[in-house]
Write a protein that binds this ligand. Structure first.
Ligand SMILES: C[S@@+](CC[C@H](N)C(=O)[O-])C[C@H]1O[C@@H](n2cnc3c(N)ncnc32)[C@H](O)[C@@H]1O
Length: 220
C-alpha cells in the first residue's frame, strides 16, 4: 500500500496557506495572465516557488528557460539568481515575451535576462555554437512544445555542466500519458520522452507527480 495524501481542494488550500510566499509582482503577473485564453499554460505559484528554491539550493548562476509565455517561471527564477546571475530565455511569441520583460523590468531583474525570440530548435542550435556556452549552464527549465522536449533535453545536456540540473514540466500531461486512447502528438511525444529518460545513464533521475508532473535529471 502506498501512503499518498489525497490532494483535495482543502489540502491544496492548506498547503498554499502554510507555505506559499508569492511576491506581489508574481501575483500581479498571474492575475494579468488569467485574462488570456491560454492562461492555463502558466505554471502554478507553488511550482514557481519550488523552481526558485531549486535555483538557490543548487547555487545556480547561469540558467536557461525554454518556454517563457508571460514570464512567471522566468521572473520567479530570475529573482532567485544572485546579482551576477543570468538567464537565457527562449520563446517563439514576442507578444507574451514582451509582457515577461515588462515584469522583469519592474522587478529590477531585466538585466539578468537574455531573451531570444524564435523557434527553440534554432535558438538552441545558435546557443550551442557560441564559444564557451556548452557546459556552462547550471540549471535548465523545459516548458515549451511537447514535441520538442527530446531535442531540448539533448541540447540541455550539452549546455549543462556536470552536476547541472534539468527540470521538465508537464511530463504526466494531465494523466493522458497512461490513457491508451490518447494518441495525439503531444501525448505520444511525452510518453517517448519519459521512456527515453528512464534508460538514460547520463543522468540521475526523479519524476515527481507534483502539479502536471515534473522530471528532474541531474547530469552526471
Ligand atoms: C507552457 S508555456 C510556458 C509557461 C511558462 N514557463 C510560465 O511559467 O508561464 C509554453 C511556451 O512555449 C512556447 N513555445 C512553444 N513552442 C515553441 C518553440 N518551438 N520554440 C520556442 N518556444 C515555444 C510558447 O510560445 C509558450 O509561451
Amino acid at each position: 500500500m502506498r501512503i499518498q495524501v489525497e490532494l483535495s481542494d482543502a489540502v491544496q488550500d492548506y498547503v498554499a496557506d502554510v507555505s506559499l510566499r508569492e511576491p506581489d509582482l508574481l501575483l500581479e503577473l498571474r492575475e494579468e495572465t488569467s485574462q488570456l485564453p491560454l492562461h492555463l499554460m502558466q505554471i502554478s505559484p507553488e511550482q514557481g516557488q519550488f523552481l526558485a528554491l531549486l535555483v538557490k539550493a543548487t547555487g545556480a548562476r547561469r540558467t536557461l528557460e525554454i518556454g517563457v509565455f508571460t514570464g512567471y517561471s522566468l521572473l520567479a527564477t530570475a529573482l532567485a539568481l544572485p546579482d551576477d546571475g543570468s538567464v537565457v530565455a527562449l520563446d517563439l511569441n514576442e507578444e507574451w515575451a514582451t509582457t515577461a520583460m515588462e515584469f522583469c523590468t519592474r522587478a529590477g531583474v531585466a538585466d539578468k535576462v537574455d531573451l531570444r525570440i524564435g523557434d527553440a530548435r534554432e535558438t538552441l542550435a545558435g546557443l550551442l555554437r557560441e564559444p564557451g556556452a556548452p557546459g556552462s549552464f547550471d540549471f535548465v527549465f523545459i516548458d515549451a512544445d511537447k514535441e520538442g522536449y527530446a531535442s531540448y533535453y539533448e541540447a540541455a545536456l550539452k549546455l549543462l555542466r556536470p552536476g547541472g540540473l534539468v527540470v521538465v514540466d508537464n511530463v504526466l500531461w494531465h494523466g493522458a500519458v497512461v490513457d491508451h486512447e490518447a494518441q495525439d502528438s503531444e501525448t505520444r511525444a511525452l510518453r517517448e520522452f519519459n521512456a527515453k529518460l528512464r534508460d538514460d545513464k547520463r543522468v540521475d533521475l526523479s519524476l515527481l507527480p507534483f502539479a502536471d508532473g515534473l522530471t528532474f535529471a541531474l547530469k552526471r
